[in-house]
Design a protein around this ligand. Structure first.
Ligand SMILES: NC(=O)c1ccc[n+]([C@@H]2O[C@H](COP(=O)([O-])OP(=O)(O)OC[C@H]3O[C@@H](n4cnc5c(N)ncnc54)[C@H](OP(=O)(O)O)[C@@H]3O)[C@@H](O)[C@H]2O)c1
Length: 235
């Protein structure tokens, strides 16, 4: 599917990876880019239409689907993270809140936009997941739980939307250099690289995107006798 000439909606487009998506989509010749953010005033990107969308707010999701009926590509990028031990009962509320943003948000957006994508020719949904859909890091358990669930949702959506011709793409990055990893001292991929790989994947009708060595080595390990979800990622 060509990006050029398409109408695309990106969630969490005011900063980080989402901002890069919006900028690169304009450069790639998208006909229109809806740059969605909780605060549309925080979107500072040339050539986009800033719109208000809190992905965890069902009324916002419904209003977006009512208004933006020309969307052909939905990029579920908005996400949040949380530190803390999952074994601590005090973490449960945080898990619930993270689920609203990382799982229920993209799920309900895809539900709301699926008929629109169908009417507009099939199009594509991109779910920005993580290598942590497949492995867990200590002290980041809630995030892994949410990204694993979002991967399961993605796999169901692939089957449910195939018949209407909607491509469902999952992206599984390791660390990306954004605010989310500001306190992390480890190799990071640039947002530009991640977005380039995703846009190429859409153009090639590719359903899964691995953007770095971490993603590739974790994926490779899954069918071995020592998968990295058992041993942990080497540091
Ligand atoms: N950075 C990494 O290492 C990494 C690795 C793998 C996957 N990812 C995933 O990549 C995606 C983008 O993350 P990032 O690295 O760009 O993180 P980021 O710099 O922290 O940006 C997060 C974005 O999500 C938005 N957001 C959070 N909650 C929202 C909500 N309820 N409704 C709408 N927008 C909301 C934020 O908006 P506000 O400005 O309003 O908070 C912000 O635009 C996420 O799904 C993340 O899980 C990131």
């Amino acid at each position: 599917m060509q990006i050029k000439g398409k109408v695309v909606l990106v969630t969490g487009a005011n900063r980080g990876l989402g901002k890069q998506f919006a900028k690169s989509l304009v450069e790639a010749g998208a006909a229109k880019v809806y740059a969605a953010a909780r605060d549309p005033g925080s979107v500072k990107i040339e050539g986009v239409e800033a719109i208000r969308l809190d992905v965890a707010n069902p009324a916002d999701v419904a209003a977006a689907a009512e208004r933006y009926t020309d969307v052909q590509v939905l990029i579920n990028n908005a996400g949040a993270t949380l530190r803390g031990d999952l074994i601590d009962p005090a973490s449960t509320q945080g898990v619930r809140e993270l689920f609203e943003v990382n799982v229920i948000g993209p799920l309900t957006l895809t539900q709301a936009f699926a008929p629109i994508l169908k009417r507009n020719g099939g199009g594509a949904v991109v779910n920005v997941l993580s290598v942590l859909s497949w492995v867990a890091l200590p002290s980041g358990g809630a995030y892994s739980v949410s990204k694993s669930a979002a991967w399961a949702v993605t796999n169901v959506q692939r089957q449910e939307l195939r018949e209407q011709g909607t491509l469902v793409v999952a992206v599984h990055p390791g660390y990306i250099d954004t605010d989310m990893t500001a306190g992390v001292n480890a190799p990071k991929t640039t947002p530009e690289h991640v977005v380039r790989e995703v846009l190429q994947a859409i153009e090639k009708d590719q359903e899964e995107v691995l953007v770095d060595d971490t993603g590739r080595s974790v994926k490779e390990s899954l069918s071995t006798a020592s998968p990295l979800y058992l041993t942990g990622i080497p540091r």
